[in-house]
Design a protein around this ligand. Structure first.
Ligand code: ATP
Ligand code: MG
Length: 428
């Protein structure tokens, strides 16, 4: 019996995990500058948290949820996205309280689960880094959230992206547009894909999001939501565009963009890449928008919100295609070479003392010949080797060798045990 990881999942093994840490660290630094604080919510939630918010006809709810009944007959879902859980936590922990400054700004990172057909950049367990900001309706916040996403991509060395923008307006906009869309699509009803026929009945806006080529042809000539915006929605969208321009953030308008989740309104955006990682096809790495109304939908007060989610696997695909060079391998400061079984205890004490002095240290545990220990040291790119053999042990010394120059120095064991930092400084 051979065990394999479940289809659509990845093992993030050493060599890869450092990249993840670096991305996460960069994200934390960017978010800190914008004063977003981390939130950690459960990886599973009650089914309704997602079914009520993502939308009855969304791909997520109709096809992609990992849901099951637990031993207490509770209907549970592995989170397919971050926002609904964060909003649930926001409401449950009363983070809208008067003593909490607005906007309440928070970020998360972690695995999400969707039952999809696995392919490059599309997994069943994937990872998102996301942010949410609650309590402020101002277009300036929309723009800051977008700017922060661009800032993050830029700090990660990704420059070849485009920002696309649309608005879904407010409720009155949606109602007016809904009717126009139904009027337009109904004559084509028989030609639409099965999924879109259902969508037309339950949520016609979803038809715009169809990936079926013939649906897309029909949709191309559909009425556009921008023509149905209420004055207030129009004003919000105009302000967002103006502020983006003021920040010199270029964007493209995409009138057919609706996003995969039902809770959005007003500003929605996607940051796309046509990297060779996606065979040059424009692919979304980061997506988000406003969701005024979602907090109420999950039982909270009337508090607006906005956020985005960024797919880490897709980010890594772009970085790999661009042959990103800035990955930082953890350095090895000292490799202790012990020659002869009797040096075992001294070697152990040495690595421990070096680590306690704040340096990274490793050693040989297999009593290998000096030659193969040195080979390991250079394969691990050790800056120094600290060599201890029979004669050194007798004189309570060791040889410290700088690998780059080959320079060697005899040091006393006591000095290493007591103050390795000083020895290091004198050598450097
Ligand atoms: P798509 O149209 O590609 O299915 P989506 O609209 O379902 O995307 P969102 O729900 O907006 O995606 O998720 C935000 C980001 O998370 C995406 O832009 C992508 O980078 C990433 N993402 C979504 N689903 C997956 C997945 N199954 N595997 C890997 N990354 C994903
Ligand atoms: Mg999807």
């Amino acid at each position: 019996m051979k065990y394999q990881r479940p289809k659509g999942t990845n093992d993030i093994i050493p060599g890869e995990s450092e990249k993840w840490q670096q991305i996460e660290e960069t994200a934390r630094k960017v978010f800190q500058k914008y004063r977003y604080q981390e939130i950690r919510t459960p990886i599973f939630e009650n089914f309704e948290v997602f079914s009520r918010t993502s939308g009855e006809t969304s791909d997520i709810v109709t096809k992609e949820m990992y849901d099951f009944y637990d031993k207490g007959e509770r209907h549970i879902t592995l989170r397919p996205e971050g926002t609904a859980g964060v909003v649930r936590a926001y409401v449950e922990n009363k983070l809208y309280g008067p003593e909490i400054p607005r906007p309440f700004k928070t970020y998360y990172m972690g695995p999400m689960f969707r039952y999809e057909r696995p392919q490059s950049g599309r997994l069943r367990q994937f990872h998102q880094i996301g942010v949410e900001a609650f309590g402020v309706d101002s277009p300036a916040l929309d723009v800051e959230v977008i700017a922060m996403a661009m800032n993050l991509l830029n700090d990660l060395g990704i420059k070849q992206v485009k920002l696309t923008l649309n608005t879904l307006g407010d409720q009155a906009t949606r109602q007016a547009y809904h009717q126009a869309l139904v009027d337009y699509l109904t004559p084509y009803a028989a030609e639409l894909s099965k999924d879109s026929q259902t969508r037309l009945k339950k949520n016609p806006l979803r038809v715009l999001d169809s990936k079926d080529p013939h649906d897309q042809e029909i949709v191309a000539a559909a009425p556009q939501i921008v023509d149905y915006l209420t004055p207030a929605a129009q004003e919000h969208f105009a302000a967002v565009q103006q502020l983006l321009t003021d920040l010199k953030l270029p964007f493209e308008l995409d009138a057919t963009m609706v996003r995969g989740l039902d809770y959005y309104n007003h500003t929605i955006f996607e940051i796309m890449s046509n990297s060779t990682a996606f065979a040059g096809k424009w692919t979304t790495v980061c997506a988000g928008g406003r969701y005024n109304g979602l907090v109420e939908q999950l039982g909270g007060p009337e508090v607006p919100g906005i956020g985005f989610g960024l797919g880490v696997e897709r980010l890594l695909l772009i970085l790999a295609a661009e042959k990103y060079q800035q990955w930082q391998a953890a350095p090895l400061d000292v490799y202790v070479v012990g020659i002869g079984a009797e040096t075992n205890s001294a070697a152990l004490k040495l690595v421990q003392a070096i680590r306690q002095a704040g340096f990274t240290a490793d050693r040989d545990y297999l009593q290998r010949k000096p030659k193969s220990q040195f080979k390991t040291a250079s394969r691990l790119k050790a800056k120094y080797t600290l060599i201890i053999g029979e004669s050194e042990l007798a004189s309570q010394t060791a040889k410290l060798k700088q690998m780059a120059t080959g320079t060697e120095k005899t040091v006393s064991l006591t000095d290493v045990f007591q103050n390795f930092a000083k020895i290091w400084q004198q050598f450097e």
